[in-house]
Structures are given as structure tokens and as C-alpha cells.
Ligand binder design. Structure first.
Ligand code: NOJ
Length: 533
């Protein structure tokens, strides 16, 4: 049924660059290799800034590029102040930032302060003895409780050197920092200042509600299906205060932005971390967690963001942690993939495009255990084998958890040697790279890439698509319709996932995209009344 919806939004008038920005996520290992070692690097990425500029995106999110053994592709940092040599060095990073800024593109970087690699100097010191000055940088206990690792299995590892075990919410090689220790906060503040001094425009804070600020408490209870409920290990009381201090540190610099990854699909949990003194926005997985296509579900999530989040939501269908939009929700139908992109780029919130979405890249599937690179896929495969599953069954389980699906290298052109070589890249290129790539799509006005560019240009040029509140938000027969209003501008967006239909277009409508003859997976965007300020 058509229904209108009252806005629950903070006043939109407050201008912020990030409210006007379409972001583009670059998964560091997979974007552009310049030296043929099979990993992307800053030199290669700098050469592709013209491409990024041509998309119209004004912000880049870089996943971690700091020194790391890469057990979890950089989310296991062993030195916060160095660029991993695979990606280049600090000069290469500086060139990247300078060149991005010249093109009016901001750069935010992903910082992981919940844990470090066990190769980090702090951990290496910490494990030496119980009275080492770095001992309390991490969480050591005589006895493990029942908390589980997010990657599967126990969250504790016994270390025979001091006969205690340390806490690791993720892989064994990723030890959690002890946020009860004020020195940890001081170290982290210095890390933020180091990168702010180098000109980064903001941060993505990795799993920031996982910080252990209260210490280790009770065992988590189990639910009726025998799954652990994360009652005591997440969202501990001091997390908000830690965020406030991080925000104060970042506010020592002008005009910076923070987006936090909150590990929760509960909007009540997410929204408590957003606000002036806290995070600017959080990654709410409303669209990201939809397992299979449903127009009604998309609409429900849109409405849930509108009625529950007091600030800007974020809008994304893909990331390095989830299967690709094109395979998951679009089911390899390019028209639907485009219609979903229209939704993401015209709805209210901050959009994050995942690299390769703009050319319709598909999931990468591992055919055997040897092809799985992701630590989460590998861990779950081994756990299944330990539980007595056959190799075939274990592969299915490993693949289910395997995040490599969205991590295969960017498909630039057919010349494998000029970019990623299939034989050398850290993960194989998708086999369709010869027919599905940027070079082919750049010269085709009907391609997904051209359509994305057109859409981003539209969003960039219409303040109502950046700041507008919803005057209407409705669904009828699987056709989502919303009107976004800002000053005298009223932009109507219709995205039809249902049967073909003809929309009765008002007389004074100025069509921006599409026609009133809406096919399935088709769109129409028009302005009803417009008086530009
Ligand atoms: C969230 C990141 O997005 C994911 O890729 C990583 O494995 C975990 N945090 C651990 O840092």
C-alpha cells in the first residue's frame, strides 16, 4: 500500500562534505597492481585515480594498508605507522593522497584498534613475561571463559611461555587490545594524529563496538539453537566513552569524518553510537544483510532506516565481507543490478559503492580448499573437518563462510600482464574478466559503467538527493516510490521491481532518467517542482 512516512531525521540543513559524497571502497590487495607481484599497490592505485574521478565519486575508503603479515589481509596490523611493503611506502601513500586531493577526492582510511597482529611489537613484548610493561596492552587470563571467536572456535589461545591465555575475537594471530589500560588509548590517539597530519580526511573504525573496555566478565548465554548470544563480549559499557575520546582527538583537526563498523544487525544498537560527539555515521547493514532479493524487504529496510535512525544512515549492498551485489541480490540480472544501484544512489544516506560493482563484477567461487584464501573460510573448513565432516562437506561449509567471493581483482582489461596476472595474483581473477571489464565498458554508452557514471553525476548535481528528506516513501505492487524534498526541489524516484506498468506522469514533470513506461527492474526519476536557490 502507498503510505507516507514522517521524517525522524536530524535537521538536514547542516552542510557537511560527507553528506554530499558518494564513497568508493577499495579493497587494498585487489585494485590495481603496478609491479606484477599479484597485489594491488599505491602506485597502481594512483594511476587509476583518473578512472575514479571519471566515476564522479568524491570519497575513497581504503581498507588497511599498514604493515601486516596479512593473515586477514591487513586487518591484522603489525605496525600502525608503516605502509606494508606490498603496497609501497609512505611516499607512495603521500602521492596517492595528494593526487586524490588534486581531483577533489577525499580519502578515509580503515583503522583497526580492537586488535593488533600478534607480530606487533606491543604483543611480542606483552607475551614475554607477566611483568613486562606491555603485558596489560592485551588481555591475559589464567582461565578462558566461553567467548567465541567471530571466525569460529574459541576466542582464547593458551601461551605456554607464561602459562596464560590471551583473548582474540578474531584469528589466533589477532590479539585484542586491552581498552581498560589508558596507555592503549594514548597509543591509539597518536596513531590517529599521525595519519591526520598526513592529510587523511577521516577513518573507518573497524568493529568498534567490540572494544574490551570493561574486561572479561561472565560466560555468554546460549540461545535455543545452541548459538552463543553476544551479551558480555560486545557493546561493553565503556565503548561509547572510548568513541567520544576518539572523536575528540579527530576533532583536533578540521572537517574530518568517521564511520564506524558496528558488529550488530540491531538498529537500536547501531544508532546509539551515532551523534555529534560520537560517530558521524555507522555501517547499518540494512541492505547489506538482505540474503536474497525481495522488493518488499528492500522497502522495509528503507523504512526501518528512516524511522529508527536519527542521523544519516549508510547505504551499501556490498563490501569485502559480503557476496557481490551482482550475484546475491541481482541474481546476475544487469537490469536489476542497475535498479539496485539507483536505489542506493537516490535514497537518503551516505552511499558506499564497492569496487567493481560499477562494472557488474560477480562472485568469485573457490572450487577446492586450496583456492580459499580467506581466514574465515579456512577456519570454518578446518573446524568442519575436526567435527568429522568429509572434505566435500567441509568445502561447502568453508565456502559458505568464505569472503573471497567479493575479493577477486578488479577487472581492468583483457591484458592480464598489465594488471593482475592470473597466475600470480593473491587470489585468481574471475574467469569472465575477458568479457566483463572496464576497457570494454568505457566505450559503451549502454554499459553498467556508463549508467553508474550518469547516476552518480545526477546525485552530485541535485541537492535534494544529498540533503532531501522523504516527503513520501511507499511501495505498491513491488514498485518503490519516494519523493525527496529540499528547499523547493522535489525529486520523485520510482523503481519498479514488479510487473511492467505505466506511470501517470504529472504535467509539469521534468524527467531526469527513465520513461513512464516502466518495465520490470526499471526506473523513473523526475523533478516535480523546482526553484533552485
Ligand atoms: C571487519 C572487517 O571488515 C573484516 O574484514 C575483518 O576480518 C574484521 N573486521 C576483523 O578485523
Amino acid at each position: 500500500m502507498l503510505s507516507s512516512c514522517n521524517s525522524n531525521f536530524e535537521p538536514t540543513a547542516e552542510k557537511q562534505w560527507w553528506k554530499e559524497t558518494v564513497f568508493y571502497e577499495i579493497y587494498m590487495p585487489s585494485f590495481k597492481d603496478s609491479n606484477g607481484d599479484g597485489y594491488s599497490d599505491f602506485k597502481g592505485m594512483t594511476n587509476k585515480l583518473d578512472y575514479i574521478e571519471s566515476l564522479g565519486v568524491k570519497g575513497i575508503w581504503l581498507t588497511p594498508f599498514f604493515k601486516s603479515p596479512k593473515v586477514d589481509n591487513g586487518y591484522d596490523i603489525s605496525d600502525y605507522l608503516q605502509v606494508d611493503e606490498t603496497y609501497g611506502n609512505l611516499d607512495d601513500f603521500n602521492t596517492f593522497i595528494t593526487e586524490a586531493h588534486k581531483r577533489d577526492i577525499k580519502v578515509i582510511i580503515d583503522i583497526v584498534v580492537n586488535h593488533t597482529s600478534t607480530d606487533h611489537r606491543w604483543f611480542q613484548e606483552s607475551r614475554k613475561s607477566k611483568d613486562n610493561p606491555y603485558r596489560d596492552y592485551y588481555i591475559w587470563e589464567d582461565q578462558a571463559n566461553n567467548w567465541e571467536s567471530f571466525f569460529g572456535g574459541k576466542a582464547w589461545e593458551y601461551d605456554s611461555l607464561t602459562s596464560q591465555c590471551y583473548y582474540h575475537k578474531f584469528a589466533i594471530e589477532m590479539a585484542d587490545l586491552n581498552w581498560q589500560n589508558p596507555k592503549v588509548l594514548e597509543e591509539v590517539q597518536d596513531v590517529f594524529r599521525f595519519w591526520l597530519d598526513l592529510g587523511v580526511d577521516g577513518f573507518r573504525l573497524d568493529v568498534i563496538n567490540f572494544l574490551t573496555t570493561e574486561g572479561i566478565t561472565l560466560d555468554n548465554p546460549m540461545d535455543e539453537n545452541g548459538k552463543q548470544k553476544h551479551i558480555y563480549d560486545l557493546d561493553q559499557k565503556g565503548v561509547k566513552q572510548a568513541m567520544k575520546t576518539i572523536k575528540e582527538t579527530i576533532n583536533e583537526y578540521d572537517n574530518r569524518f568517521i564511520v564506524g563498523e558496528i558488529g550488530s544487525d540491531k538498529i537500536e544498537v547501531l544508532k546509539q553510537y551515532q551523534g555529534k560527539e560520537l560517530l558521524d555515521v555507522v555501517f547499518n547493514f540494512n541492505f547489506g544483510s538482505i540474503p536474497e532479493f525481495s522488493a518488499q524487504r528492500l522497502f522495509d529496510e528503507l523504512q526501518s532506516m528512516e524511522s529508527n535512525m536519527s542521523n544519516y544512515p549508510t547505504l551499501f549492498f556490498g563490501s569485502h565481507d559480503m557476496p557481490r551485489l551482482h550475484s546475491r541480490l541481482a541474481e546476475e540480472n544487469p537490469n536489476r543490478a542497475y535498479a539496485l544501484a539507483v536505489l542506493m544512489l537516490t535514497a537518503k544516506g551516505v552511499p558506499f559503492i564497492y569496487f567493481g560493482e560499477e562494472i557488474g563484477m560477480k562472485n568469485h567461487i573457490a572450487n577446492s580448499f586450496d583456492e580459499i584464501r580467506d581466514v574465515q573460510g579456512v577456519t570454518n573448513y578446518h573446524l568442519a573437518i575436526e567435527e568429522g565432516k568429509t572434505a566435500e562437506e567441509a568445502l561447502i561449509i568453508g565456502n559458505k563462510h568464505n569472503r573471497d567471493k567479493s575479493r577477486s581483482p578488479m577487472q581492468w582489461n583483457t591484458d592480464t600482464l598489465a594488471g593482475f596476472s592470473s597466475s600470480k595474483s593473491w587470489i585468481p581473477l574471475n574467469p569472465d574478466y575477458e568479457t566483463l571489464n572496464v576497457a570494454i565498458q568505457e566505450n559503451d554508452l549502454e554499459s553498467m559503467l556508463s549508467k553508474y557514471k550518469q547516476l552518480i553525476a545526477l546525485r552530485n548535481s541535485e541537492p535534494a538527493l544529498q540533503y532531501g528528506d522523504y516527503e513520501k516513501l511507499s511501495i505498491q505492487d513491488d514498485c518503490i516510490h519516494f519523493i525527496r524534498t529540499y528547499n523547493d526541489e522535489k525529486i520523485n524516484v520510482l523503481i519498479n521491481f514488479g510487473k511492467p506498468m505505466v506511470f501517470d506522469l504529472p504535467e509539469n514533470a521534468n524527467i531526469l532518467l527513465g520513461t513512464p513506461m516502466l518495465q520490470t527492474d526499471d526506473l523513473l526519476i523526475f523533478i516535480l517542482s523546482q526553484t533552485k536557490p
